[in-house]
Design a protein around this ligand. Sequence first.
Ligand SMILES: O=C(O)CCC(=O)C(=O)O
Ligand SMILES: [Fe+2]
Length: 294
Amino acid sequence: MIVSTEIERRYKLSNDEFQREYVQKGKPVIISGVIESWDSFEKWSLEYFKNIFPSLKIYAKKFSKTEGIDLIRVTIEEYAKLISSFENNPDNNDLPPYCHDLPLFSLIPALIEDVQPFPLNYLPKWYHYKWWRYCQFFIGSSKSITPLHFDCLLTNNIFFQIVGRKQFTLLQPEDAKYCYRQGWRWFLIDPEKPDFNKYPQYKYARPIKFIVNPGDILYMPPGTLHHVRSLDTSISFNIDWHTEKSVLDALAASMRGMPAKNSYYNLLLLLGLVFKIPPQMIFRFYKSYLNYVS
Ligand SMILES: O=C(O)CCC(=O)C(=O)O
Ligand SMILES: [Fe+2]
């Protein structure tokens, strides 16, 4: 397969073309012009979330090369304070923890109003019922980093950038073999500063680098490796979703080292997408996944 080193950008991409040219071909794309009218662009900030629900308990992550992921529990008020004291003090080198994989629409349902009209047509019908329950938020300061990984259920990912900019580096699943995998979904390569002495195979990889701006939607196909750096204080959310094909492919990956827990959640999604069990029944069992993703 020829791999492009640039991401395609499409304005107001139709659903048919999205499915045909990107989902079916496993090609990433940035879509603009679809969500620009959302109220979230005017309204959302950490201050705003804090004013709605100051005592809300959230968790944030510290990613460390040596000690894995540390979870820190804070209220949204405490978190807003941490972020503003970091951003307002250029000498502060103490990067705050990163609020990562937070199901904020379920915690503050009033926020769902701010992302209307939601482009539901990009998703399979099965997800249309209470789609926000499958969304995860990423809220953090400038310089926050998500290290190189792929999404652990091998889902498709539609990522919405609301506040601030993010620098993404993507690698196609075929390039995973050059990136020094650690466990199921993390990789040792830092694509911003690759150590070719330690990781010589990385020279064969073909990273795609680009900036995602407020109002952009980024589509990442299943198994896409991604590394993300926030360039500003940032608020984003995603929705991870399967098609009938991707859930079958993901279940086949159970044989290639996917943890049993992940295969369990994929089995639930198979029951929904392929065997048409209604989301009302499946979600009860799927819910715990949203608190578990690392
Ligand atoms: O925005 C980030 O820092 C990470 C996003 C991500 O990993 C995802 O959407 O799966
Ligand atoms: Fe991810």
